[in-house]
Design a protein around this ligand. Structure first.
Ligand SMILES: O=C(O)CCC(=O)C(=O)O
Length: 251
């Protein structure tokens, strides 16, 4: 599979949006010591959420509110304020992610809004021992028709790793993009049957502290089980082209 470590002058972002390249990795976006102090702040503030999927997270997402629009915007307002407050006395990882994305794509980036209400800025996920994320893909054009972001083109996903686990927790990206027929292999709780990626080549991305991954999330992907006492901590959001010169982000 063709993928790329970021080099300032040779990335054509269209290769990423078209799916020629499934992801890029931008190393050392934040220093290890800054990541450690950010993770410490996160550990003091996160809450466990009941239900399927990752239990320990901060921030809300469209996926939990497909048919509850007003509740989504209400929760987004709360979680955006909460997360801003966590980082208010120092460095903001969200700001750094946006700056790099803006430079790389040569477009302004800001949080998406609808009827003057802000979407959720980001989700911070804490994967503990044994946590994993099942095979899935993300595509709000197909999945979230009630929301304005479903009209945006070329959705990508940005994930910054703030803490690596002792072992495991790799992001596995398969060399296969979703298509409508795959819906037959959809699983009732979340994601898709592994039959879809049987014999498909894949790449394993280590969740290296300080690295930013920009993924075309239409490629099937999963997060491997985390092992050891040190949790995997990541901060992520989706972004897409809201106009010729602008990117909008959300979770
Ligand atoms: O945490 C990661 O490496 C990827 C998370 C993920 O599966 C996603 O953003 O869809």
């Amino acid at each position: 599979m063709s993928s790329q470590l970021w080099q300032k002058h040779n990335l054509d972002t269209e290769d990423l949006t078209s799916g020629k390249i499934p992801f890029i990795i931008i190393p050392n976006v934040i220093s290890e010591s800054t990541c450690a102090s950010l993770s410490e702040k996160i550990f003091k503030n996160y809450k466990s959420v009941p239900g399927p999927g990752i239990k320990n997270k901060l921030g809300t997402s469209l996926g939990s509110h497909i048919y509850e629009k007003s509740k989504y915007f209400l929760n987004s307002k709360k979680s955006n304020t909460f997360i801003k407050n966590i980082f208010s006395d120092g460095y903001s990882p969200l700001k750094s992610m946006r700056q790099i994305i803006s430079q790389t794509f040569q477009k302004q980036i800001s949080t998406a809004s609808e009827n003057k209400m802000s979407y959720s800025d980001c989700v911070i996920r804490i994967h503990n021992e044994g946590d994993s994320v099942h095979l899935h893909r993300d595509n709000c054009n197909f999945e979230m028709p009630d929301y304005d972001v479903s009209k945006y083109k070329n959705q990508l996903s940005a994930i910054l790793y703030l803490q690596s686990p002792e072992h495991g927790g790799e992001l596995t990206v398969y060399d296969k993009q979703w298509n409508r027929y795959d819906e037959r292999s959809r699983q009732p709780d979340f994601g898709y049957s592994f039959d879809l990626v049987n014999c498909i080549s894949h790449t394993s991305i280590s969740p290296t502290t300080g690295s930013l991954v920009i993924l075309n999330p239409n490629f099937y992907h999963k997060v491997e089980s985390v092992h050891g006492n040190r949790p995997r901590v990541s901060i992520g959001f989706f972004f897409a082209e809201s106009s010729k010169y602008e990117l909008s982000c959300w979770t």
